[in-house]
Design a protein around this ligand. Sequence first.
Ligand code: NAP
Length: 305
Amino acid sequence: MAEKVLIIGSGPAGLTAAIYAARADLEPLMIEGFERGGQLMITTDVENYPGFPDGVMGPDLMEQFRKQAERFGTRMVSSNVTRVDFSERPFRAWVDDDEYQADAVIISTGASARWLGIPGEERLRGYGVSACATCDGFFFRDREILVIGGGDSAMEEALFLTKFASKVTVVHRRDEFRASKIMAQRVLDHDKIEVLWDTVPEEVLGDTAVTAVKLRNVKTDEVHEIAAEGFFVAIGHDPNTAIFKGQVDLDEAGYVIADGTRTSVEGVFAGGDVVDKVYRQAITAAGMGCAAALDAERWLEEQEG
Ligand code: NAP
């Protein structure tokens, strides 16, 4: 028998969709993925999620979302979807050889920050290494911070971090920014920001927290260390949409194209970072997940009527 609603992905968008769908008696099935909980699972303190005046740890927040979704009857499958077929209804999704069918689908597989893959980066994630200035910048008051990247994200992160940091150093692998002229100029004009051109990080150093970064000049091959307590990687995000290629319309960067929460396939909805490359916040993702569930509910009602 087909499920009424299948939710793929378990970050703030998916779990909020699950809470709403479950409370609408749609008995949602969620395939939450091996890395359940999404990007908040790799953050520490979350201080900008409303309702938590003292802050909350990212993983704890996601555990609470999950409990709330389960309380109303959401069933969870802790695996990754390996393939989908949205060409006819009921829609189908597979976890390896296990097939799931559903009348409506909500895609909430999120996006993943790109990382450099250098030594120390993963080990010190949450301890000075971050990919989100909005989430973690506040903890770097009067500290020295490095921002890696030369696109608009890196400019935005660097400018935002000047509010807290004593100094921000932007490290870029080429000798000109990819970012829009206006953003780049703001960075170049800022008296708290220094730019290191033609430079790549080789290693993040520190025992329990970031203390310094080893950098290499790509033109001279010269290596030097720079003291820093924050290491912000801003080299882009990738939406987690590989399994949806050819099933729903994606833009050139791979994000799901949606009108509100409606994808190119009627009955398939999407919300959160898999759609949104602008706001990328837990609260906006949760809002989009709520909207996706309400839209799915209305759409299912129309099908019956
Ligand atoms: P992006 O434009 O793809 O820029 C990524 C930057 O990271 C590039 O400068 C790239 O260097 C660098 N990079 C990539 N891989 C690297 C590596 N392994 N090592 C070192 N550096 C690396 O990504 P984005 O900045 O996240 O922006 C994505 C899109 O969102 C863009 O269209 C952007 O305009 C938009 N956006 C707009 C705003 C805004 O308008 N306020 C804010 C954020 C994002 P190279 O330049 O050498 O390739």
